[in-house]
Ligand binder design. Structure first.
Ligand code: ADP
Ligand code: MG
Ligand code: MG
Length: 889
């Protein structure tokens, strides 16, 4: 026989906390609390299996359910010394829903069930309080009427208002027993009218009505929508809890409250909560009366803390708090009621908390020995850590919202609105804080994005150029704020009838996607304290090294500050876009022969060398992976006609030749075009110049600091061994020349990015000529799927909606496909070259789920944008420690 019903309380505890799947969260924890000796009113839980069976059988209950409910009810009667339906000492119960995870949309709780025209008299005699009994009865009819019978709550309010009007009362509290009796009569008449049946008087009918309503609510549209949004399977089902009532509304020695065992917003180890004297159930959260603080320490003048008003019950509650934390080893969110100075526990669960609080609690609890360090590391969600690493808007500050877009890159920034990259750069150079506002951005805007404190675009999604680059740079960004119209000619932005000029101050919050008028005070992130402690523990637990993707000194410094152990990807093309150099780059592109190209590259060399020198200084003693030029050359030419003419003049050539060259370089599919090592093979002088700049720079810094950097030269887009062989020997030749000339040498390695399926499949051959592999998972995702990220916005969102792709593969590695490519390359590569160094440098390097994958396949490091370095450090530690428990469900 299946056990459908589990009792708790009254010395008969059949459930436990770890039976949450069967009993739901509420039921499992009520049983657990009862079993550790906390005062829990007796009751029973009807399992989630009944819910699934109910739906599997055309909304019929299992046959033996009724008998099991009867038996459990008898137990509650014994434990409470009352009987269901007894006109003298009636047992009243609450009927509460409770799924595995707390789920808005489910049926609201019905309290005081079991009251009818005769038991209400018994309750009145028993409590020696008519007013209390009739108030309880009308509450019951109201709750049952609205949640079980589906009657609009306004019908009930109208009746109360009518009685108040007739008796000249303003507040509920002014109503007498007689008045509540009239309300009850009014309710019953109204219900009879509305549903064509009298209000059910038999307690058994009431009970089954409420049970049916809980199970029925599992399929109501609100619950269905919530499950869909939160990936909750319909098979989980909900449980029903039936529990003896305790009363917080029997007088001034009664109360009800909700609290957290620690402060859920700061994590401070103080009792945090609210209570109301002489109140029932959800009165505390309903906002009709103002709840009061629990502790004296948290009370302001004029408030009446429970600690002063009910010292004995408060002391008991403190003891419960201690016991609960000792038992659950986590912060608890609890509900309690005090009846005639006696405390009863009605709910506990792991409390939701901010990231800051989760960090503080994890560290405090580990220090106090409540949990161990690995558990402390598991308690903090790495992805959420991001919120702590950027300035945030002061929550107390006044704000005027202007528009809303997508939360593309976290952090907040204020500054003067500017509408083009050059202006952003020149204003920033003068020390002004600017926010770059564009319709959309392109690689030509990089310098302006870098100079800006924050970026706003009116078009584009979470994987638009602006969003991706901003996240990489750690700049706050709001993308696709469609409500804003930018006019580049007028240098204005408009939202409805409101117009802002260039230079007007605006603020954006990249964590929420909001844009505000004017400046708003910010709170700076703190790297020390609990954050520092937890990071140190994480570092001691992880195997994966963590590097950063960085090319500017500022990014490199940020990366070090956040604990990066090297650079995993320095993209040299970003250095080419700098206004000082783009002229030389274009001169090289326009040159007709190798000699012309070499002359232009000669002009670039000192700049590149300086770039590397400043990076190497910051990263002295650490590995720095430098990727040689990757994008196709046409990206460096201007597109607009006006610009073409301007550039032609600067280069001493004519617009027509410029246009012709641009047309020659134009590609149908640049992602698969003349780029990566294909450039190095056709224009060897480009890679030679870059290699020279690297070696000369490294030797200078080695001499200057006494600590040599370790350049790792990375050839992009290799698909064939021969490609790497050729480019590798070019670089080696340059190394020899530089070492000979300067009479000194330095250690370096040459490897490749694995970003083409062919490279993965022939990784054993490629490994013979590579010192390391770095997985360029952005391109590898594009080439494995055969889709271009720039165009994917048109269909990827639908793919997510239709469940074709579970996650955006540019955010989290597609383990089955792209992951298989990586796995193959790791195996083949290490077969050919045991112990070969391998890492990942795509955006995925900062994604916790992808990091777990990197740990599992034995990569040596992950590399991510500087601001994500702490996220990666923590995620790497969690990956090394194994599966994390969910701390806040
Ligand atoms: P929710 O899931 O919305 O929190 P609950 O089932 O916890 O709903 O109940 C809502 C309110 O009713 C809570 O304040 C709870 O403390 C109160 N309550 C539930 N059961 C009882 C009971 N047996 N006696 C007194 N109050 C109760
Ligand atoms: Mg509720
Ligand atoms: Mg509750």
């Amino acid at each position: 026989m299946t056990k459908w019903v589990y009792s708790f309380g009254g010395g008969h505890d059949e459930g436990r906390a770890d039976m949450r799947d069967l009993l739901g969260g509420k039921g499992a924890n009520l049983a657990e609390m009862a079993s550790i000796g906390l005062p829990v009113p007796p009751g029973f839980t009807i399992t989630t299996e009944v819910c699934t069976t109910f739906y599997a059988n055309d909304r019929n209950y299992p046959v033996d359910l009724e008998a099991q409910v009867q038996q459990a009810l008898r137990r509650v009667e014994q434990a409470s010394g009352r009987r269901f339906g007894d006109p003298d000492r009636p047992l009243l119960v609450s009927v509460r829903s409770g799924a595995r995870v707390s789920m808005p949309g489910m049926m609201d709780t019905v309290l005081n069930l079991g009251l009818n025209d005769s038991t209400v008299e018994g309750l009145a005699r028993d409590a020696d309080d008519d007013r209390f009994a009739y108030d309880s009865y009308r509450r019951f009819i109201q709750m049952y009427g609205s949640v079980v019978l589906g009657i609009d709550h306004r019908r009930f309010e109208e009746i109360i208002e009518q009685v108040k009007l007739e008796t000249n009362a303003f507040e509920d509290t002014a109503l007498s027993a007689q008045d509540w009796r009239r309300v009850v009569d009014g309710y019953k008449e109204m219900i009879d009218r509305e549903i064509g049946n009298p209000f059910p008087q038999r307690p058994e009918d009431q009970l089954w009505g409420a049970i049916g309503a809980v199970f029925g609510s599992w399929m109501n549209p609100r619950a269905v929508t919530y499950r869909r949004l939160h990936d909750i399977p319909v098979e989980w089902g909900t449980a029903v809890n039936v529990q003896a009532m305790v009363f917080g509304n029997m007088g001034d020695d009664c109360a009800t409250g909700v609290c957290f065992t620690r402060d859920p917003s700061t994590g401070e180890n103080v009792f945090y909560g609210e209570y109301l004297v002489n109140a029932q159930g959800e009165d505390v959260v309903a906002g009709i009366r103002t709840p009061q603080p629990l502790s004296k320490a948290r009370a302001t003048p004029g408030e009446t803390p429970m600690e002063s008003v009910m010292p004995a019950a408060y002391a008991e509650l403190l003891e419960v708090r201690r016991k609960l934390e000792q038992h659950y080893r986590d912060m608890q969110d609890i509900e309690f009621t005090i009846q005639k100075n006696k405390l009863f526990m009605l709910q506990t669960r792991n409390g939701k908390r901010t990231v800051a609080a989760s960090l503080r609690m994890a560290v405090d609890m580990a220090r106090d020995g409540l949990i161990d360090r690995p558990e402390a590391i598991r308690r903090v969600n790495p992805a959420a850590l991001d919120q702590l690493l950027h300035p945030t808007l002061d929550p107390r500050a006044h704000r005027t919202i202007l528009a809303k877009g997508l939360p593309a890159s976290p952090g907040a920034a204020s500054g003067a609105a500017v509408f083009n990259a050059d202006e952003a750069e020149s204003r920033a150079a003068k020390g002004e804080a600017v926010v770059l506002v564009r319709i959309e951005t392109s690689p030509e805007d990089i310098h302006g994005m870098h100079a800006a404190r924050g970026i706003i675009t009116t078009r584009g999604g979470m994987t638009s150029h602006a969003a991706v680059v901003a996240r990489g740079m750690g700049r706050p960004c709001v993308a696709g704020a469609g409500g804003i119209t930018v006019d580049y000619n007028d240098q204005t932005l408009r939202v409805g009838s409101r117009t802002l000029q260039a230079g007007n101050i605006i603020t954006l919050d990249g964590a929420t996607g909001e844009v505000f008028v004017g400046s708003i005070p910010m709170i700076e992130p703190a790297m020390s304290g609990d954050f520092g402690t937890l990071m140190q523990w994480a570092d001691e637990s992880r195997r994966l090294r963590v590097r950063a993707n960085a090319e500017t000194p500022l990014d490199a410094e940020t990366a070090r500050k956040f604990g990066a152990e090297g650079i995993g990807l320095c993209r040299t093309e970003h250095m080419f876009f700098d206004p000082e150099r783009i002229g030389a780059v274009r001169q090289m592109i326009m040159a007709n022969d190798e000699a012309g190209r070499r002359a232009a590259l000669e002009r670039l060399l000192p700049h590149q060398r300086d770039d590397f020198i400043s990076l190497f200084r910051i990263m002295a003693g650490m590995p720095v992976t430098i990727r040689l030029l990757d994008p196709p050359l046409h990206e460096f030419l201007p597109h607009a006609d006006a610009e073409l003419a301007e550039v032609a003049e600067a280069l001493g050539t004519d617009t027509e030749s410029m246009r012709r060259r641009a047309a020659e370089l134009a590609e149908a599919n640049p992602m698969l075009g003349h780029r990566g090592c294909r450039l190095g093979i056709t224009f060897p002088e480009i890679y030679e110049m870059q290699a020279r700049a690297i070696f000369e720079g490294a030797l200078m810094v080695a001499k200057e600091t006494g600590t040599a950097p370790i350049p790792e030269i990375m050839i992009p887009l290799v698909g064939m061994k021969k490609e790497l062989e050729i480019t590798r020997s070019q670089v080696e030749n340059v190394a020899r020349q530089v070492f000979d000339k300067l009479g000194r040498t330095i250690d370096y390695t040459i490897g490749t990015m694995i970003e083409l399926p062919r490279a993965s499949l022939t990784a054993d051959a490629i490994a013979e000529v590579a010192d390391f592999f770095s997985f360029g998972t952005n391109d590898l995702t594009q080439t494995t799927f055969g889709l271009s990220r720039d165009d994917a916005g048109k269909f990827l969102p639908q793919y997510a909606e239709k469940g074709i792709l579970p996650k955006d593969p540019f955010v989290s590695i597609d383990i089955d496909g792209v992951g298989a490519m990586i796995r193959i390359a790791v195996e083949k590569g290490r077969q050919a070259k045991p112990g070969m160094k391998m890492g990942i440098c795509g955006e995925h390097g900062g994604d916790p789920a992808s990091i777990v994958f990197c740990e599992q396949i034995g990569l040596d490091y992950v590399s991510c944008s500087p601001y994500r370095v702490p996220v990666a450090r923590l995620a790497a530690a969690q990956a090394a420690l194994g599966t994390a428990e969910d701390g806040t469900a």
